[in-house]
Write a protein that binds this ligand. Structure first.
Ligand code: NAD
Ligand code: WQD
Length: 339
């Protein structure tokens, strides 16, 4: 069974390729390498012993995308990770984000439809919930007005898949990720932030290893037990495994609706200070941090109700916050040796 993974050399994509291969799937990757490196293909092969197919294609290029599908009609399903994902940058460059994330999806769906490829798993985000009225947040919670063009591309993409599926054979599983962190246990693949990281965990590990001087903790006056913001962090390998389950479900015709939606988190919330504490415990490194102003646009607290994913998909996140932080630290150390 051949699966197309778009964005397969990226952070979550690469971990998913490994899990797919280890579950017997043949994988072909499309990536334009705008936020990843070709060496990731070698690194995937180092872990699994199998080299995935790779095509350097920009999915915003319609002709190249449809040409790929014409030559690969035997694809059983598509997992669509390819997108630009920096929230702050999307505010600065809205047209780039709408163009990249929306045209890619449209070209992909058109290529799929033309070649009777009907299964798509889509990378969505808990960002669609904004600050939920009730916690933990379920898939039935209302979608809130997006706080950034990036967030809006996720909402629009979900609607594009819904609308397309209602008039075609296309079926979708929309996976709403909470906060993916950590790296593969081999420390051969992981997150490769370009420039100054926006996200908490790469900032922590880069500070601890001496690349950054100090972590700023964005606000300690939220209405949370220690005043810092709470998120549902999930190990990237747990997340990757959920994609294998989702693709299996589609291929085996087990979906109960044309479009299904699942939250992917652990169901537990951790504050920024709790994450730092876990990092210090597993690494033995004292982190240099100080409390600074809140970051504009940040929400106070969000964590997932994962009951639907646990019961319906039969998937559950297994790794805890210490596992996540240790794997992120091992990865940072492996990167140091490569620098
Ligand atoms: P990533 O940047 O590491 O991977 C995305 C990959 O897509 C990159 O390799 C990039 O080169 C590629 N790409 C981008 N535009 C492309 C295009 N037009 N054509 C071909 N390839 C293109 O990001 P990631 O963290 O692995 O995220 C994967 C997906 O998950 C994204 O859709 C992202 O929005 C979503 N997501 C990520 C997070 C997170 O915190 N990392 C959370 C929720 C949702
Ligand atoms: C986590 C917590 C920060 C950096 C983003 C996107 C979201 C989704 C996941 C894609 C927050 C705090 C962070 C720092 C800090 N991505 N923090 N100092 O903001 O929950 O979500 O990534 O869909 O859409 O918005 O993740 O890792 O940036 O922040 O104190 O230097 O860490 O305030 O509470 P976030 P994050």
């Amino acid at each position: 069974m051949k699966i197309l993974v778009t964005g397969g050399t990226g952070y979550i994509g690469s971990h998913t390729v490994v899990e797919l291969q280890q579950n017997g799937y043949e994988v072909v990757i499309i990536d334009n390498l705008s936020n990843s490196y070709i060496e990731v293909v070698d690194n995937i092969e180092k872990i699994t012993g199998i080299r995935p197919g790779f095509h350097k294609i920009d999915l915003t290029e319609k002709e190249k995308t449809s040409d790929f599908f014409r030559k690969n009609k035997d694809i059983a399903g598509v997992i669509h990770f390819a997108a630009l994902k920096a929230v702050g940058e999307s505010v600065e460059k809205p047209l780039e984000y709408y163009h990249n994330n929306i045209s890619s999806l449209i070209n992909l769906l058109q290529g799929m439809k033309e070649n009777n490829i009907n299964n798509i798993v889509f990378s969505s985000s808990c960002t669609v919930y904004g600050q939920p009225d009730e916690l933990p947040v379920t898939e039935k919670a209302p979608i809130k007005k997006a706080l950034s063009p990036y967030g809006n591309t996720k909402q629009i993409s979900e609607q594009i898949i819904e609308n397309t599926s209602s008039v075609s054979n296309i079926r979708g599983i929309l996976l709403r990720y909470f906060n993916p962190i950590g790296a593969h246990k081999t420390a051969i693949i992981g997150e490769l932030p370009i420039g100054v990281p926006n996200n908490l965990v790469p900032f922590i590990t880069q500070t601890a290893i001496g690349i950054r001087e100090q972590l700023g903790v964005f606000g300690d006056d939220y209405t949370t037990p220690d005043g810092t913001a709470i998120r549902d962090y999930i190990h990237v390998v747990d997340l990757a495994k959920a994609h294998v389950v989702a693709i299996d479900r589609m291929i085996k015709n087990k979906c109960k609706k044309k479009v299904e939606i699942f939250n992917l988190g652990t169901g537990d919330g951790f504050s920024v200070l709790e994450v730092i504490k876990s990092f210090e415990k597993v690494s033995g490194v004292k982190l240099n941090y100080r409390i600074v102003e809140r970051r504009a646009g940040d929400i106070e607290k969000v964590w997932a109700n994962t009951t639907f994913a646990n019961e319906e998909l039969g998937w559950k996140a297994e790794k805890n916050i210490d596992d996540m932080m240790l794997s992120a630290w091992n990865w940072e150390n492996a990167l140091k040796d490569k620098r």
